[in-house]
Write a protein that binds this ligand. Structure first.
Ligand SMILES: [Zn+2]
Length: 323
């Protein structure tokens, strides 16, 4: 991701891209905004800009500098995260301060990402202030915080402040569609609306749904050969929670069947249910299971009643195992 694909308020994007194309890139930046607005993502883009070796537009995304940054192995990018105990303590900041006077290893600029500064102590800020007042050449500090007002006025006055706001839900949904091309477009829009366009929170909502779907898929697969029909039904009836959720459970079940197929030809698998199924069903039945789950995905796309769908799927799965 670079500035062109980063979704944020136009002013920030305009000012930042202007700074990136001028010779006067600020040596201290504060990015503020609510959780989920992309502060860390933007800090990372700025860090890549600083270490990019391209003669053209930066960050280019493919020079050795950008690649090392993307892999988290660039020696001129230093990250201190306020969520790690002690990372922003006065001693840690003093260490950053003395390190900043050492010239960059290989990049045009050295970057210090000082993240989640909401709880940084005044003494630590004062230690940082000394270097912000007389910054060494080719060093950029990027601080992220929920609100710049939580930092000392003296720190703020030495920094360029960029404030992030969530985009309109429709714009956030557009971004989510690119991130999740396989997911239902309407469901993504509703996640974006639910979170008022806050992309980070929308991703959290979508991902936690995925975790739940994965867990249920594994449970269903484990129950297919080991549990009574009634117990399996209790699990498949949970698919009535939503069409997108049910579809995602089926996708995870298909992945599990893939594991069963691996197990049935003797390849290693970490999924216990896959080993169980492979031990109990012939490879032919395992393939039939896959066909039936594929078919269930098609049934789900038609306007089938979701309560009925769970019952139907339970019967189908049981018939493959026993029939
Ligand atoms: Zn580059």
């Amino acid at each position: 991701m670079d500035l062109k694909t980063f979704v944020a308020n136009e002013t920030v994007l305009y000012e930042l891209s202007h700074a990136m194309n001028s010779d006067t890139f600020p040596h201290a930046i504060i990015i503020d905004g609510a959780a989920g607005t992309g502060k860390k993502t933007l800090a990372d883009i700025i860090a890549r800009y600083c270490v990019c070796l391209s003669d053209g537009e930066k960050p280019c995304g493919h020079c050795p500098g950008c690649l090392k940054a993307l892999h988290g192995t660039h020696t001129d990018i230093f990250i201190a995260d306020g969520n790690t105990p002690g990372a922003l303590a006065i001693d840690a900041i003093r260490k950053i301060r003395s390190d900043a006077y050492i010239v960059p290893n290989e990049a045009p600029k050295k970057v210090y990402e000082i993240l989640d500064c909401d709880k940084i102590q005044a003494a630590a800020q004062n230690a940082l202030l000394k270097i912000l007042e007389e910054p060494p050449k080719n060093v950029v500090f990027v601080l992220t915080v929920t609100s710049a007002n939580m930092l000392l006025q003296t720190v703020r006055s030495r920094s360029r402040i960029y404030t992030l706001y969530p985009p309109a839900p429709e714009q956030a949904a557009q971004f989510l569609r690119e991130l999740y091309p396989d997911k239902d477009s309407e469901e993504l829009l509703s996640a974006a609306r639910l979170t008022d366009g806050n992309i980070g929170k929308a991703i959290q909502t979508i991902e936690s749904g995925s975790e739940e779907a994965k867990a249920l898929a594994d449970e269903i697969m484990a129950a297919v050969t080991t549990k009574r029909e009634y117990d399996l039904l209790l699990l498949t009836s949970r698919l009535s929670a939503g069409r997108e959720f049910a579809s995602s459970v089926l996708d995870f079940m298909l992945e599990d069947v893939g594991e069963c197929i691996r197990a049935s030809v003797g390849l290693p698998t970490n999924l216990k249910a896959a080993q169980d199924i492979a031990a109990k069903l012939s490879p032919k039945r395992v393939y039939k299971l896959a066909d039936n789950i594929e078919n269930a995905k098609n049934v789900l796309k038609s306007n089938v009643n979701l309560n009925f769908f769970g019952t139907w799927l339970c019967a189908v799965l049981k018939s493959v195992v026993s029939g």
